[in-house]
Design a protein around this ligand. Structure first.
Ligand SMILES: *Cc1c(COP(=O)(O)O)cnc(C)c1O
Length: 389
């Protein structure tokens, strides 16, 4: 027998209440029954996104919604600033390029967070009166709340302050960060935020959500053609509420349940839980002499440098196949060199302890010198502090 512990930064485990709802017989979507579900989901998504604006729902994984954002908000030749500090920042750049935008990259060393001042400088340099007659101002700034490939958190609040008085809109890939790292969409002047179901929302993959500010809606002019992912079609039927095409009915029914769980726990407490689990994970990691990869760690996922002579691909396969604990390898050039332990969504303290325990045992098996129980002890002390608080 082997239990499975899913500790990857998407997909994440599903609470039993949610899984059971999704197993119920399918219902038709053009009915008052489904409308009631959709209405509740759309309301609770606003709570989850910390916004008063509408949140649109799409039947696709997170990248589909990222692509839809580019298609709906950009025109060919638009200038955009893209923060590239990992695989998902690079994905924004690739998507913008596919849609004909002129990408001005801010290359950030992987594991570092962008300095918001660099964004301010880019915005200013493309607005100076000398160049304004020949160059368009920047249309949008694309960033990532939690850069999942490096476990790094971006200071969205400060970037929002910079962009507030600018014509450019602020677009945030919050797919892995939302529900783990605070994102005050309205308060922080975030114009577009994207979420995905298989992360903090505790659902299987297949749904994504996009929140859009008034400034974002107003900036949609001469946008590129789109059909299935046309935002205006989705917005038009929200009053009913309805969806323009067949929605992912079972996932939306599951989403109703997971959002109820989030509301019941309270978003503040959900975020505090993630902060504690991340702190406990970091304490455990450092206690056994390992190095964190990120200078500004997110609460969604902890990225750890694999020690010398320990290949992280091998490490994660031992943890998975021998101990049933599924963590993630490094991505792209970091494959084999880094591993990532998520504490995202339906995860609580003893899941984190299990992940650290399996890590200790797998490392020991690979010849890494450590005293068993040290990482767990350090993590427990952090978690105990939470109980005493
Ligand atoms: C998971 C993730 C995505 C989306 O990936 P999909 O596989 O399309 O769901 C995008 N950005 C970030 C930061 C992610 O963590």
């Amino acid at each position: 027998m082997k239990k499975k512990y899913l500790m990857t930064p998407g997909p994440t485990p599903i609470p039993p209440e949610v899984a059971l709802r999704m197993a119920e017989p399918i219902i038709h979507h053009r009915t008052p029954q489904f409308q009631e579900t959709l209405g509740e989901v759309l309301d609770n998504l606003k709570y989850f996104f910390q916004t008063k604006n509408d949140v649109l729902l799409f039947a696709c994984s997170g990248t589909g919604a990222m692509e839809a954002v580019a298609a709906n908000l950009l025109s060919v030749g638009d200038k955009v600033v893209v923060v590239k500090g990992g695989k998902f920042g690079e994905r924004w750049a690739e998507i913008c390029q596919v849609y004909g935008a002129e990408v001005i990259s801010i290359d950030v060393e992987w594991g570092e967070a962008v300095n918001p001042q660099e964004i301010e400088e880019k915005l200013k340099s493309h607005q100076s009166p000398v160049t304004s007659h020949q160059s368009k101002p920047i249309k949008a700034v694309f960033t990532t709340l939690c850069e999942t490939s490096t476990g790094t958190l971006t200071n969205i609040q400060e970037i929002g302050n910079i962009i507030k008085n600018n014509k450019a809109i602020l677009i945030v890939d919050a797919i892995s960060g939302l529900g783990a790292d605070d994102l005050q969409t309205d308060n922080w002047n975030v114009d577009v935020a994207v979420a995905g179901s298989q992360k903090g929302l505790m659902l299987p993959p297949g749904l994504s959500c996009v929140s859009l500010s008034k400034k974002a809606w107003a900036s949609m002019e001469n946008e590129l053609p789109s059909y299935y992912f046309n935002f205006k079609k989705y917005k038009k039927v929200l009053v009913k509420p309805d969806t323009p095409f067949t929605p992912a009915i079972s996932l939306i029914i599951g989403l109703r349940e997971s959002l109820r769980l989030i509301r019941k726990e309270g978003l503040k407490n959900v975020l505090a839980r993630h902060r504690q689990l991340a702190a406990a994970t970091r304490a455990g990691i450092q206690e056994i002499g390992l190095q964190l990869f990120s200078k500004k760690p997110s609460s969604a996922v902890t990225a750890v440098q694999s020690p010398v002579n320990i290949n992280s691909s091998k490490l994660i396969s031992i943890m998975r196949d021998k101990f049933g604990v599924w963590i993630a390898d490094g991505q792209a050039e970091l494959k084999g060199k880094l591993f990532r332990i998520a504490h995202l969504g339906y995860i609580e303290k003893f899941d984190t302890i299990i992940a650290l325990s399996a890590l200790e045992m797998a490392l020991k098996e690979m010849g890494y010198k450590l005293e068993l129980g040290k990482a767990i002890g350090a993590a427990e002390r952090v978690l105990e502090g939470e109980n005493n608080a």
